[in-house]
Write a protein that binds this ligand. Sequence first.
Ligand SMILES: Cc1cc2nc3c(=O)[nH]c(=O)nc-3n(C[C@H](O)[C@H](O)[C@H](O)COP(=O)(O)OP(=O)(O)OC[C@H]3O[C@@H](n4cnc5c(N)ncnc54)[C@H](O)[C@@H]3O)c2cc1C
Length: 397
Amino acid sequence: MSIDRTTTSDVIIIGGGAAGLMCARVAGLRGKRVRVVEHANRCGKKILMSGGGRCNFTNTGTTPANFLSNNPHFCKSALARYTPQHFIDMVEAHGIAYHEKELGQLFCDESSKLIVKMLLDECADAGVRIDTSCSVEGVEKTDDGFRVRTTLGELRAPSLVVATGGLSIPSMGATGFGYELARQFGHTVLPTRAGLVPLTMTGKPQERFAELSGVSLPVTAQCNGRAFSNFMLITHRGVSGPAILQISSYWNVGDELLLDLLPQADAFETLKSLRASRPGIELRTALAEFFPKRFAERLCEVWFPSRPIRQYNDPQLREIATFLQAFPLIANGTEGYRTAEVTLGGVDTDELSSSTMMSKHLPGLHFIGEVVDVTGWLGGYNFQWAWASGNAAGMAV
Ligand SMILES: Cc1cc2nc3c(=O)[nH]c(=O)nc-3n(C[C@H](O)[C@H](O)[C@H](O)COP(=O)(O)OP(=O)(O)OC[C@H]3O[C@@H](n4cnc5c(N)ncnc54)[C@H](O)[C@@H]3O)c2cc1C
């Protein structure tokens, strides 16, 4: 579709992802003339690939504590005004079947496509005009608002919403455009880095885990005062799985990262009672009762040579137990934006209104979604932030 050479609307939204579509819908329902400019050939590509194709669209337990930001209070207002229940009501109104997987995480029964279709249908009903395959070439402030030069023509509006997302998965259309625009208008952009991302290992630490690729086990991962209990997956380059993705957002290269490999048990008491009940069993056989066999064998090959368990005295068993419950994971980096689910950092919240997402420097300019320095945990929180911040701006423009 081509845009007329110069078109005026009430609000221009750059980015037709989760936050942008929600904002467009809300503003459209308020009677605003809304234009969405999306440079990819379709909207909501990240929604489509989310949750393994089933979109973990919210988390019923969402609280501000589930988000990382330089200002942990910033997200409170928007989250309080657009709750998971608001989104669930819309999902139900569209007849989309869903289920709770674990820990309040809601997924579509069928496909993420239904969430994108729902948002596009809502936008269409609200009279929103969306232009896909449309790139922004420049943005200027004018006396009465903003002029946005695009590959399809020029747009003007008194309000401009930047909803261009973060840097993760560049192949899906992610760009640093929102950060550049923020800087253009005098905003501080806090340093960005990949979050919810697998960790990589090299050298000895990696060799020790070699051949265990594919092994998965429950752990508690701890770093910088945070702990997440869930599964860890050993990959051919390092570690992944929900426990690792969660802790990755709190980890920086060089930080100590400890794994409790037996999070449900007191390892020392467990080993001692095994020694009492079955003194003849080999340590590797004993450990294989708690860990995948290949992992138990590797522990004995690398860290504690296996002998019949009766041959270990209390201090030796305690040493093994301490190692199992505070295993130092030596990672050297992350897989980066190529596979990260989110981008930490971004547009500094100190320069935005928490109720409208509007710039404190430039009235009419709003930033929403992942481009803002608010990042959720794994489990539907990032979409809830996209919906909530999109709603906050959509109500204000
Ligand atoms: C693999 C993967 C799985 C995920 N799964 C989940 C999940 O299950 N649950 C969850 O809560 N979160 C999940 N996330 C995170 C979630 O997708 C994001 O936090 C969320 O999409 C952010 O919304 P947004 O609108 O800010 O950005 P996006 O949804 O990324 O939308 C930004 C849009 O802006 C467009 N754009 C970028 N630059 C320009 C430009 N210059 N001009 C025009 N358009 C532009 C992009 O093409 C894109 O359509 C997942 C992320 C990934 C990568």
